[in-house]
Design a binder for this molecule. Structure first.
Ligand code: HEM
Ligand SMILES: *[C@@H]1O[C@H](CO)[C@@H](O)[C@H](O)[C@H]1NC(C)=O
Ligand SMILES: *[C@@H]1O[C@H](CO)[C@@H](O)[C@H](O)[C@H]1NC(C)=O
Ligand SMILES: *[C@@H]1O[C@H](CO)[C@@H](O)[C@H](O)[C@H]1NC(C)=O
Length: 332
């Protein structure tokens, strides 16, 4: 070998080593066995606590699933939503008098702390609780990636701007998902989360009497459902009554949400536009609704994939953030 070829191959191996080292760093991300050594019973503990909360109130499954979504869309999945601070996300419009389940998370966290103190993040507990909520509601399971750390700040403006509203157009909703790295398929499959849980009149009553200044109800809303909702949500009411998203099976995690959309029985404007708006054709959400409505296995498997993607939004890893002792407070 010539001298220059030795130098070349040395340089080359050095480059290769650096390349693989970089890959390792890049991949030093979330993994399923993150707590295997430090908190081996973690999954059992969370499952037991979610089970017990749901036994008291079935709706809690829906509430916990929603909390994970509202956490991940604001500064990533870092449990920023759980902080009781001045700039709290809890007080942002999409969460105020709406987000619920915080006491349940406190309970899960305290059980986890008893078994393995100071090692499991609130962000990871929330991700596991969301998965367990879906499973215990009859939905599909998936392996939750772990190793997130908890953020040090909440972001109320971020919550107001980043979370989708039921009054927005499909294009705006799609762009809010795109901002956090989620695509149109994720929009539709994750909206299927609305197969469980309830919504207050104030989130859909704009559709019931004088929709967008037309003087008439939203024409895409099925007549029989319209009548029921008008009775539940009178103009004189305070908007706090609640209706199930999925009238067929409010507590069951199934694909009825999509069958409902085809029948004009989506509850929120943001639900029904996935099927009925002009944009639903051009953006392809309509064909996804049709696929999920006729293929429950496809929905459940896409939902699981999208949940893993959502759970991967900008996690804090390594030494970023901290492992909170109390999910409501940063460590002092
Ligand atoms: C696509 C944009 C979305 C909009 C505009 C939206 C909006 C809403 C609104 C307005 C409510 C009712 C809140 C209340 O009445 O207090 C709600 C509830 C709920 N959302 Fe969404 N949501 C969206 C996406 C999602 C996603 C991605 C998930 C989870 C994968 C989700 C899961 C839930 C659940 C389970 C509930 C019921 C919560 C309960 O009963 O406590 N939503 N959503
Ligand atoms: C809060 O969220 C906004 C996005 O709406 C972002 O631009 C800003 O940097 C965030 N602030 C903090 C303190 O993380
Ligand atoms: C519906 O709302 C529009 C705009 O807000 C208003 O001009 C109109 O008078 C309303 N129609 C009825 C029937 O209340
Ligand atoms: C309204 O719902 C019924 C089923 O309850 C369905 O047969 C009918 O086609 C729906 N109407 C529209 C306009 O989608």
């Amino acid at each position: 070998m010539t001298r220059s070829s030795i130098t070349f191959s040395r340089r080359y191996s050095l480059l290769m080593i650096m390349f693989f080292a970089l890959c390792l760093v890049a991949k030093a991300q979330l993994r399923t066995d993150f707590y295997q050594a430090t908190c081996p019973d973690l999954l059992k503990i969370v499952r037991r606590e979610v089970q017990s909360a749901i036994k008291t109130e079935m709706r809690m499954a829906a509430s916990l699933l929603r909390l994970h979504f509202h956490d991940c869309f604001v500064n990533g999945c870092d449990a920023s939503l759980l902080l009781d601070v001045t700039d709290s996300e809890k007080a942002a419009a999409p969460n105020l008098n709406s987000a619920r389940g915080f006491e349940v998370l406190d309970r899960i966290k305290s059980s986890v702390e008893s078994a393995c103190s100071g090692v499991v993040s609130c962000a990871d507990i929330l991700a596991i609780a969301a998965r367990d909520s879906v499973v215990l509601s009859g939905g599909t399971s998936w392996k939750v990636l772990l190793g997130r750390r908890d953020g040090l700040v909440a972001n109320q403006t971020g919550a107001n701007n980043g979370l989708p509203s039921p009054f927005e157009t499909l294009d705006v909703i799609i762009s809010k998902f795109a901002t956090v790295g989620l695509d149109v398929k994720d929009v539709v499959s994750l909206s299927g989360g609305h197969t469980i849980g309830l919504a207050k009149c104030s989130t859909f009553s704009n559709r019931l009497f004088n929709f967008s200044g037309t003087g008439s109800p939203d024409s895409t809303l099925n007549q029989s459902m319209l009548t029921d909702l008008q009775n539940l949500c009178p103009l004189t009411g305070d908007g706090s009554n609640t209706a199930p998203f999925d009238r067929n099976s409010a507590d069951l995690f199934d694909n009825h949400y999509f069958q409902n959309l085809i029948n004009g029985k989506g509850l929120l404007g943001s639900d029904q536009i996935l099927f009925s708006s002009d944009a639903a054709v051009t953006t392809n959400t309509k064909s996804l609704v049709l696929s999920y409505s006729s293929n429950s296995r496809l929905f459940l498997s896409d939902f699981a994939d999208s949940m893993v993607k959502m759970g991967n939004i900008s996690p804090l890893t390594g030494s970023a953030g901290e492992i909170r002792k109390n999910c409501r407070l940063v460590n002092s």
